[in-house]
Design a binder for this molecule. Structure first.
Ligand code: 4AD
Ligand code: MG
Length: 463
């Protein structure tokens, strides 16, 4: 008995070999003599149609109990399909029902459910077309990330998740504490006391692997991380998560120019890869989620990104004649509405904004001679805004120490980081790409909570 997944079966020719097809029933159409089942196993958007000749089989009892969501193993042969949309179907002669899904209680019925509703049943939403497609695209993109860096001889580095330093100096940290669940420390009033820290020292979940990546870039030249990061910002938006995955390359002997080129090549590579590798899922997003997305991503994959300084960007915004709800002037952090204007109205494509004011960026960025700006870069894309943030790093010991103090951080906790400047310092640069922002951008999904299997965000940490 051959056992191939549905995506492969759909590409196969009719044959006498018995196929065994495990999957979930998406739909059932029953008539007097035949029953049509659409089976899906997650390998592709399209399901396999199984046809049961009721007079030739003894399956009526089983069919009566089959409803959307039931799990089955169907056996039969592949025959040419007279219907349009598929070239083969399964002429099914045996059917095992593994698990029923009673229609009265199964939450996923054969109609379109809102994404808000599906978020409340995150453990089941993977069974819908949209979430199947999102997760396949997400999977492919993560492989493409590794491929891009491996081809360029970057070393994949695993950076720690528990850390003592605030890598962004933004103060949005989750603290890690030890807790003996059988004998938890209690306050006098009997409530749980969570103020215990990590074996005597304060510890947090990492906001970025960058500082650790810098340590290895200044030893091994080119490294990248790809792991979970955590932000305790109270941002209840469609582009912020409390737990998200970030890809962070870091390069020694590299300046902001080299950093921008890498970022641009990276985004273009990922877009080309996904358009080539997941055409069926991308066509689905184009049809059902964001019309025109395939064509627009293809254009982006083939064009140069517009580059401008922050000062130029502010100038463009001030002269735009738009009334923004947050009015643009030099010194502000760019808001989503500003990023939207720059990418959608002004450049009509991605923009790399560089040289932001020192005061709104992290302590580790290299300072420009003007004393006001730093060698920062943000890559902005239409429909989303910031997808990448990065910079050339400050490689000088004294300016870095000063910047740490100016930002109100303790130099003691950054001594190891300062060592990288004390010993064999080099110009170096890197960036971070938010993986869920990328998946949102590529799929056209509107809410970042819908491109990660189980979102952790303000008000959602269930499942
Ligand atoms: O701009 P950010 O904060 O930069 C850093 O963390 C640097 N240490 C990166 C580096 O240079 N190595 O974050 C980088 C990217 C953002 O551009 C955005 O795509 C994503 O991470 N990001 C988030 N994604 C989802 N939810 C959040 N709360 C995010 N915060 C940042
Ligand atoms: Mg940023």
């Amino acid at each position: 008995i051959a056992r191939r997944r549905i995506a492969q079966l759909l590409q196969s020719s009719p044959s006498e070999t018995i196929q065994e097809v495990p999957g979930w029933v998406r739909t059932k159409r029953d008539s007097k003599n035949v029953c049509f089942l659409e089976l899906n196993d997650g390998s592709s958007l399209q399901g396999l149609q199984a046809i049961i000749d009721k007079s030739a089989t003894d399956l009526q009892n089983t069919l009566d109990r089959l409803q959307t969501g039931a799990s089955v193993i169907a056996r039969g042969t592949l025959v040419a399909s007279p219907g349009k949309g598929q070239s083969v179907e399964l002429s099914c002669t045996e059917l095992d029902l593994l698990g029923e899904a009673p229609a009265e209680s199964y939450p996923l019925q054969k109609k379109r459910h809102s994404f808000e509703f599906l978020r409340e049943i995150a453990h089941l939403r993977g069974r819908t077309n949209t979430f199947g497609a999102v997760m396949r695209v997400r999977n492919r993109l993560s492989i493409a990330v590794h491929q891009f860096f491996q081809e360029r001889e970057f070393l994949y580095l695993n950076t720690p998740i528990i850390t003592a330093s605030d890598a962004e100096g933004a103060g949005a940290l989750f603290q890690v504490t030890t807790l003996d669940v059988n004998n938890p420390p209690r306050r006098e009033d009997g409530s749980l006391d969570y103020s215990e820290d990590f074996f005597g020292k304060p510890a947090y979940l990492t906001v970025s692997g960058q500082l650790n990546a810098e340590a290895y870039a200044t030893a091994l030249d080119r490294v990248y991380t790809f792991g979970p990061t955590f932000r305790a910002e109270n941002s209840n938006t469609t582009r912020h998560l409390a737990e998200f995955w970030m890809i962070e390359p870091e390069m020694a002997f590299c300046d902001l120019e080299g950093n921008m080129s890498l970022a641009e090549d990276f985004v273009r590579f990922l877009l080309k890869d996904i358009l080539d590798r997941c055409p069926e899922d991308m066509a689905f997003f184009d049809k059902r989620i964001e019309p025109g997305i395939v064509e627009s991503l293809r254009t982006v994959a083939e064009s140069d990104f517009r580059r401008m300084t922050y000062t130029e960007a502010i100038d463009v915004l001030e002269k735009s004649g738009r009334s923004f709800s947050f009015s643009p002037h030099w010194g502000i952090d760019l808001q989503t509405e500003h990023e939207k204007f720059l990418t959608e109205d002004y450049a009509q494509g991605p923009v790399i904004v560089t040289d932001y004011p020192r005061e709104i960026k992290a302590f580790y960025m290299k300072q420009n001679p003007d004393g006001k700006t730093v060698r920062a870069m943000d890559v902005l894309v239409p429909r989303l805004g910031e997808i990448i943030g990065g910079s050339q790093r400050e490689e000088g010991l004294e300016p870095l120490e000063k910047a740490i103090r100016r930002c109100g951080l303790e130099t003691e906790s950054y001594q190891w980081y300062l060592d990288l400047r004390r010993f064999g310092t080099v110009p170096h640069a890197g960036f971070g790409l938010g993986f869920e922002r990328l998946v949102r951008y590529v799929t056209g999904m509107q809410n970042i909570r819908d491109v990660i299997p189980f979102p952790r965000a303000v008000g959602s940490a269930e499942f």
